[in-house]
Design a protein around this ligand. Sequence first.
Ligand SMILES: [Zn+2]
Ligand SMILES: [Zn+2]
Length: 102
Amino acid sequence: MLELRPNCEYCDRDLPPHATDARICSYECTFCADCVERVLFNVCPNCGGGFVPRPIRPRTERRPGVCLGKQPASTKRVHLKRDRVECGEFVRSARDTKPDDR
Ligand SMILES: [Zn+2]
Ligand SMILES: [Zn+2]
C-alpha cells in the first residue's frame, strides 16, 4: 500500500493526505510540486526517476474497510539524506533525459 508521507523531503512543507500538490516517484519518495518543478526538474534525487501526482485516498468509506480512516497516512517525516549540492549535480545529470528513457 502506498505510504502517504506527511511532508516534502526537500523543503519540508506539509503534504497532508488531501494535498493536490504532492508528487511521488516509483519508490514513494515524496516532494511538493514546487520543488519537483523548480528545483528537481522532475528528477527524483534519490533514484533518478520521474514523478507523478500522488493519488488522493478517500476520506469516505464507500467500500467496507477502505478509506483514510482505516489506512491512515504516515506521520513519520522524511528528510533528504544527501546534501543539496550533490542533489543538484545529480539532477543536472538526468534532467535532459525524459523519465521513460532514463
Ligand atoms: Zn518542497
Ligand atoms: Zn525516488
